[in-house]
Ligand binder design. Sequence first.
Ligand SMILES: [Zn+2]
Length: 263
Amino acid sequence: MKFLKLNKTLFTALALFACKKEKPTENADLQKPETSAVNPLGNIQICTERSLDGITPRGAVLKTKKWTPGTTLKVSLNGSTAAIRAKVIQFAKAWETYANIKFNFVTNDNTATIRVSFVSGDGSWSYIGKDANSISSANATMNFGWLTSTTADSEYSRVVIHEFGHALGMIHEHQHPLVAIPWDKPAVYAYYAAAPNYWSQADVDNNLFAKYSTTQTNYSAYDKNSIMHYSVPNELTIGDYEVGWNTVLSPTDKTFIASVYPF
Ligand SMILES: [Zn+2]
């Protein structure tokens, strides 16, 4: 877990650097189950953090993006079905046990701070923490692109808790400053170049290999079990190394978010 303590200048510089990263719209085909048969690893459905200018952020993270502890965030779930919305509420609330933050769930309310859409084909993503305040009220600040009535509860848990982690200001754990994943880079490039991601090598560099710097970041120990970690198949690493599908808050997730949002 980590969060940056960036001054504004540094953050601006990082934001400019981030302009080279993929636009979320380029991941519009994240969910195409019919393509999974072509890849023996299956489809890794990638969450993309989203920054204010519509690109994957590098450095938009907790310390500058966190809410005031004790805040109640109004969250409007816009669309989908009552049953699916109820699942989202059920799993999002996992954070409330450990963070001094409350979610007030409503529907179709554009005055809500966090506005959740359910656009199929747009992937799953969220803006980071208080960045949501800068998004036009006409637009969503979070999307769930592949949750349906037949989605397993474990997948609801994995995706919903992860995206609401971003909404609380958390960034991806696989880019922890001290991460040492023995990536098989050619295999990774080949994998993500195919459906459903269609990423360029630069996209892979930015979304998987780039790390947050130790001088820019506050962090606890790297946590392989974090809900904010991507799955890493053994086939994409050298030697015997993999990270499975983390579907619940890890012990470190719980203690870290409690330290950020103390009661
Ligand atoms: Zn994510």
